[in-house]
Design a protein around this ligand. Sequence first.
Ligand code: PHE
Length: 348
Amino acid sequence: MDSILNELDALVVQALEEIGSAGDENSLRELEVKYLGKKGSLTAMLRSMGKIPKDQRPVFGKKVNEAKAKVADALQVRRTELKDADIRRELEDEEFDPTLPGLELPSRRGSFHPVSIVQAEVERIFEQMGFRILDYGEAESDWYNFEALNIPKDHPARDMQDTIWLKDGGLLRTHTSAGQVRAMQEYGAPLRAVFPGKVYRYERTDASHEHTFHQVEGLMIDRNISTANLIAVMKELLSAIFGYEVTVRLRPGYFPFVEPGFELDIQCMACGGEGCPVCKYSGWVELLPCGLVHPNVLRSGGLDPEEWTGWAFGLGLSRLAMMKYKITHITHFMGGDLRFFAQFGEPV
Ligand code: PHE
């Protein structure tokens, strides 16, 4: 019995020594099999039970089990030591940068709407010329949208802009001109302002028509304002937008709130006026309606037409964005396809 107990002790000492010097998880697993496995040497000790006198068997069994527990503990301790050492080594490793982000799905950044981009550009140009940027609501009264702009109820010009009416008798503004009289009432004269925004028309949509689109209105009121002022500011704006000295021309155009009223054309930027498919071989592209503010409109705004004169224009921001980015369908603007918007780059 004594010799077999010595053998057991020696086995434990040997096991602890080997476990203590094991360098990795694999060697630990091998040692576990070697001592504690089904065919392991400690397990084998139990099989020597037969050689031991019957009365001493319980004591021997207990000793073997204690030995096995000791070895199992040592394995566990060493395992933890190795793991800790691993982590410490990783932390001490200069190449480990704890500030690096963890694994995550790449997040996508949004981009500006093309209309927002040209709107910001137009606003910047007018700000430099001393214009205020104003913002008026999209739900408007009949008076500001039509009546105050010299378009009485039975006027045929109302048919020029099919209207989306609201239940309370109001409407969704059909043009940013609805802000003209508001601006005059709010700021009086002299006045220099632009007011961009969404406008609505009760229209069937196609490649160039949309029920909701964007305009920017320009309004300048002062003493002795003439068509020459209008042309000068329009040339300044368009040259800044298109990046070269544009040539413009005015044709007569009818709008009840301007007199005289014009359609402003620019010489075709695709062919320089030679004639091409873009300008339908005319050499000119229609760009924006404008004119001198009608005396009745000045009166609506509380201004004396004997003292003040002014000009106004309405620029289609959606159209401008289409020209700038060569977009062929206006319906993309109000659609929700993110692949379309992603083409206009990240926010500037
Ligand atoms: N409001 C007009 C439209 O949307 C455009 C316009 C604005 C014309 C200002 C003249 C002066 O059709």
